[in-house]
Ligand binder design. Structure first.
Ligand SMILES: [Zn+2]
Ligand SMILES: [Zn+2]
Length: 717
């Protein structure tokens, strides 16, 4: 008899039931068992088993297996009770498989229109799992006793729900109910869904408990959306829209085959698409995020409403997603009684060229490991950055990145971040041997990482922000060297100033954007007019420059700004790409205030058509940005949308010329690598981009790990 130790995506994806069914059908004997960090299979016929392992269906995946001989003898093939400890990969939360979708629509099936339909191969996993081995009792389904019918299916070998840990039915599973001001007003599931649909159609904002947290939902009518904006504290941020099916998606947006495939994939992310309808209240951009139902409950709700539904995670700006009914602020709540163990937001993606990019990597992907080959045996905890916070843990060739956790300058987000770190370390049963964090001394993630390192007596490795961005894309593509362009809003540079438009060659800064003065310091991030004034003032008289900001700033404010500019007071220099895009967006009249992350740059991108020809001006590998603004002012009577495109094209073309003068393999990352014009241009010029994780700060922790692995001597005790 042979014993196999199998590792990979083999828990929570119907692996054990599949193995039992296949082995019994083939007439071989033995057993299969979840053993914490791996799955164990004992068989009397290794040839047949290895053949079976090559034909895994669905989401199952084997990374490695070992084979040893044992003296045991068996007379049938069974599933043995789980045992053992250690960390195994828990699958992400996935949409219904095709069989479950069919059942939902079958009027004679006992799960016809059942809001929690799942099976051994589909449904929630990560969001409901406490720890491995993945079993009924380690999930939040443990509190629901199976009814007789479910228990029979669970025990019956040829049933699709044989050992399906999320098994439930209308008789025994979690309860769905509609609450008004905290009291249950409808406790029948079907009627609760229909009543919720009615409320939405009447213009209400309803909090709806989903898989990884609550959403706020309302219809797309601008008045209703305004109510939602008042509740969420987001005056302008674009919202996503839930469509019941592809027909509805096609009515509201342009969809390519690739985008359709992504929308329909089991991860069911929000996909950013070009709008067909204007949806003025929903998105001020030329794009809108679209999502298809990602659970049975969302299928039923969107069918009952039969109109596009605005859907946004139920939390205040920068705070983590909420998971309890008691945290809700809306009058009506569609609640269910399955506890959310691991909160997780929707993932957000966008396709540029033929690349699928992550704006946010969460539900449907987390906690899937990202491979990162290295001889280094360190166990690394990487803290990531402060905005779009996501930490990562590295152990033996794999990096596991946490979901998106908000902005750490907000108390709730910081608390969730700290909790999630301890949960991950505890669940993976590992203790880091090194902690890495951003080099910025006042980043919350830096301070926290450093104090944890001190407490545990570990080295703390400071990684410069843009090194981490460059290493993130290199690590993903298995590159040990690259000529890298990194463009973002800002990060702490090696000379202590703010960087964000850099070219790196052999790990050193080899080129960058012309430093501009960030007039008013941090406030210029929120008021792009200050950045614009600072640049215009370089070639315009105070009076002429003032004319550009007079509509937004009072005479007194302008006087103060001019004084600061003149005295170089509170004017830190920056090479940030984000600040240049912000200033251009202001000069072209698109944006006066940043009310959500990246707003001025997104509006600029959104209003862009084709660029005017304008060759980059480069001096000593520094791309000059002041001439770009002179160009904008001199050509102010020409088409704005083309001027907007010129700005982005100029930066991409200029930095790419600098990079190409060094040669090598090219990479592009940082928060601006989502920009359609810049990214398209650089993809055409053989630059590689992040495809497995966000190019912005959401991918920073992975980059910190890649940096530590590539620079083993870089510890700072
Ligand atoms: Zn299924
Ligand atoms: Zn049942």
């Amino acid at each position: 008899v042979y014993c196999y130790i199998v590792k990979g995506k083999v828990q929570g994806v119907g692996f054990r039931p599949f193995i039992v069914q296949a082995c019994r059908a083939a007439g071989i004997k033995g057993y299969v068992q979840n053993a914490g960090s791996h799955v164990k299979i004992d068989v009397d016929n290794p040839l047949i088993l290895e053949k079976i392992l090559k034909t895994l269906p669905g989401e199952m995946r084997i990374d490695t297996y070992e084979k040893i001989t044992t003296p045991d003898v068996f007379d049938d093939f069974t599933i043995r009770e789980s045992q053992g400890e250690g960390y195994a990969e828990i699958p992400p939360d996935l949409y219904l498989c095709e069989d479950c979708q069919k059942e939902m629509g079958d009027a004679f099936n006992r799960r016809h229109n059942y809001y929690f339909t799942t099976c051994a191969r589909c449904g929630p996993r990560y969001s409901i799992t406490r720890h491995t081995p993945y079993d009924r009792q380690t999930t939040s389904m443990s509190e629901f006793a199976m009814c007789h019918s479910c228990a029979r299916e669970y025990a019956q070998l040829d049933d699709r729900r044989y050992h399906a840990q999320t098994i439930a039915c209308p008789h025994c599973g979690p309860i769905l109910q509609l609450l008004e001001r905290g009291s249950i007003i409808v406790d029948d599931a079907r009627r609760a869904i229909d009543a919720t649909a009615k409320l939405l159609l009447a213009g209400e904002v309803v909090a709806i408990k989903g898989v990884g947290g609550f959403h706020w939902a309302c219809l797309t009518n601008p008045t209703y959306v305004n109510t939602l904006r008042a509740i969420s504290g987001r005056p302008h941020k674009p919202y996503a829209i839930l469509c019941r099916d592809m027909n509805m998606v096609q009515q509201i947006a342009h969809v390519s085959m690739e985008e359709e495939r992504l929308l329909c994939s089991p991860a069911r992310p929000i996909v950013v698409l070009r709008k067909k309808q204007s949806f003025p209240g929903v998105s001020e951009l030329d794009t809108v995020g679209v999502i298809l139902p990602y659970s049975a409950l969302h299928v039923l709700l969107s069918e009952s409403v039969n109109e596009p539904i605005v859907l946004t995670s139920a939390n205040l700006p920068n705070e983590p997603i909420t998971t309890h009914a008691r945290e809700q602020v809306t009058r009506y709540i569609l609640n269910h009684t399955r506890q959310i163990i691991n909160p997780i937001d929707d993932s957000v993606m966008k396709i540029i060229g033929d690349k699928k990019l992550f704006l946010r990597r969460s539900r449907g992907f987390v906690p899937e490991a990202i491979p990162l080959a290295s001889q280094n045996d360190e166990i690394i905890l990487a803290m990531g950055g402060d905005t779009n916070a996501a930490f990562a843990v590295y152990d033996r060739g794999k990096a596991i990145i946490s979901p998106y956790l908000g902005n750490l300058s907000h108390a709730g987000a910081l608390q969730r971040y700290q909790q999630t770190i301890s949960t991950y370390l505890e669940r993976m049963k590992i203790r880091p041997t090194i902690i890495a964090g951003d080099a910025h001394p006042s980043y919350v993630s830096h301070v926290l990482g450093k104090s944890m390192a001190e407490e545990w007596g570990l080295p703390f490795c400071e990684v410069f922000h843009h090194d981490a961005h460059a290493c993130a894309v290199m690590g993903e593509h298995g590159l040990s060297e690259s000529t890298s362009i990194v463009c973002d809003g800002n990060g702490y540079g090696k000379d202590g100033t703010s960087w964000g438009g850099e070219v790196f060659f052999q790990g050193k800064r080899a080129g960058h954007l012309e430093p501009q003065l960030q007039l008013g310091g941090d406030s210029a991030v929120y008021q792009p007019g200050k950045m614009a004034y600072s640049i215009l003032r370089k070639f315009l008289t105070p009076e002429k420059a003032a004319a550009y900001i007079a509509p937004i700033f009072s005479e007194k404010e302008i006087h103060v700004l001019e004084g600061q500019w003149d005295q170089r007071f509170n004017t830190p220099p920056t090479t940030s790409t984000g600040r240049i895009l912000d200033a251009a967006s202001y000069v072209l009249g698109y944006c006066t205030q940043r009310t959500y992350d990246g707003r001025p740059a997104l509006l600029l991108e959104s209003r862009s058509t084709s660029p005017y020809p304008f060759s980059p001006i480069i001096e000593n590998n520094v791309l000059q940005t002041t001439p770009l603004f002179e160009f904008l002012i001199q050509n102010s009577t020409r088409e704005k949308s083309r001027l907007a495109a010129t700005v982005q094209q100029y930066i991409a073309q200029g930095l790419s010329q600098i990079a190409q003068s060094f040669g090598g393999t090219y990479t592009f990352s940082g928060g601006c690598a989502y920009n359609r014009i810049m990214t398209s241009y650089l993809l055409q010029n053989d630059f590689r981009v992040n495809e497995k994780l966000p190019c912005g700060d959401g991918g920073l922790s992975f980059g910190q790990i890649a940096y530590v692995l590539a620079n083993p001597g870089s510890k700072h005790p």
